[in-house]
Design a protein around this ligand. Structure first.
Ligand code: NAD
Length: 252
């Protein structure tokens, strides 16, 4: 690649893991496009990156919508530059036991995680192959291995692992690696919402989770950002089609 600053796109970047990834990639030297449903919700992370001397852009888009995803990528390419890193992080949960799971909740979760990762990857792949360099990093989960009450989420996160391996095979010849991070319990609004749903305080849920984790703590968004950063490096060009479980112990 030329000396032009590389551009990374992070979806679901307004908060939680996505915001930590955006901050880390900016620290690593990338210009960062922070996508979330509402553009204004990305202002915090964008301002922080700019205050630290980086370049960033807030983009409002729904990754599960074909037109919205493509428009977002075009705008990023025109405003920040050619996108060569994509982190498919946007996500939602709609947990329920199978017998109570609505078709709407099934479709919503599959759409954001799986369709969204497909649409965003398809939208950026041309830029990456033309640059002969690219990194797609997908967010899977330990739930891909099965988790009670998460048939939709677990199917989506297992699907993301298949997508990751296939895109690694298809895009490798263009200098593009495709990998996935599969987090365990990470302290974010997503896990706080789980605590609320099951009627536990977040502190109690975190303490209970930490007891079951070999390193005896729950994960932080920075733990995931660190792994994404590893995949995005030049030196990681021989690592592709892999899923790294970042869960404080052996998983998978
Ligand atoms: P979060 O709920 O805190 O943040 C997710 C972000 O995605 C939100 O800002 C939300 O607005 C955005 N988003 C949702 N739908 C979107 C859409 N259609 N288009 C664009 N943006 C959208 O969640 P988090 O805990 O930071 O999780 C981030 C990712 O990591 C998700 O893919 C999640 O499934 C995965 N993950 C999280 C955990 C955990 O313990 N927190 C564990 C494993 C995997």
């Amino acid at each position: 690649m030329s000396n032009e600053q590389r551009v990374a796109i992070v979806t679901g970047a307004a908060r939680g893991i996505g915001a930590a990834v955006a901050r880390q990639l900016a620290e690593d030297g990338f210009a960062v496009a922070a996508i979330d449903l509402d553009e204004t919700s990305c202002a915090g992370v964008v301002n922080e990156i700019e205050a630290n001397g980086g370049r960033a852009l807030a983009v409002g888009a729904d990754v599960s919508d074909e037109v919205s995803a493509e428009k977002a990528v075009t705008r990023i390419a025109e405003t920040l530059g050619t996108p060569v890193v994509l982190v498919n992080n946007a996500g939602i949960t709609r947990d329920n036991m199978l017998y109570k799971m609505s078709v709407t909740d099934w479709d919503a979760v599959i759409s954001v995680h799986l369709r969204g990762s497909f649409l965003m990857s398809r939208a950026v792949q041309g830029y990456m192959s033309t640059s002969a360099w690219g990194r797609i990093i997908n967010l899977s989960s330990v739930s891909a291995l099965g988790n009670r009450g998460q048939a939709n989420y677990s199917a989506a996160k297992a699907g993301i692992q298949g997508l990751t391996k296939t895109l690694a095979i298809e895009l490798g010849r263009f200098g593009v690696t495709v990998n996935a991070v599969a987090p365990g319990f990470i302290e974010t609004e997503m896990t706080a919402a789980t605590a609320e749903r099951i009627g536990m305080s977040f502190e109690d849920l975190k303490a209970a989770a930490a007891k079951e984790i070999p390193v005896q703590r729950v994960g932080q968004p920075a733990d995931i950002a660190n792994t994404v950063s590893f995949f995005a490096r030049d030196e990681s060009s021989f690592v592709s089609g892999q899923v790294i479980y970042v869960a404080g112990g052996p998983t998978g």
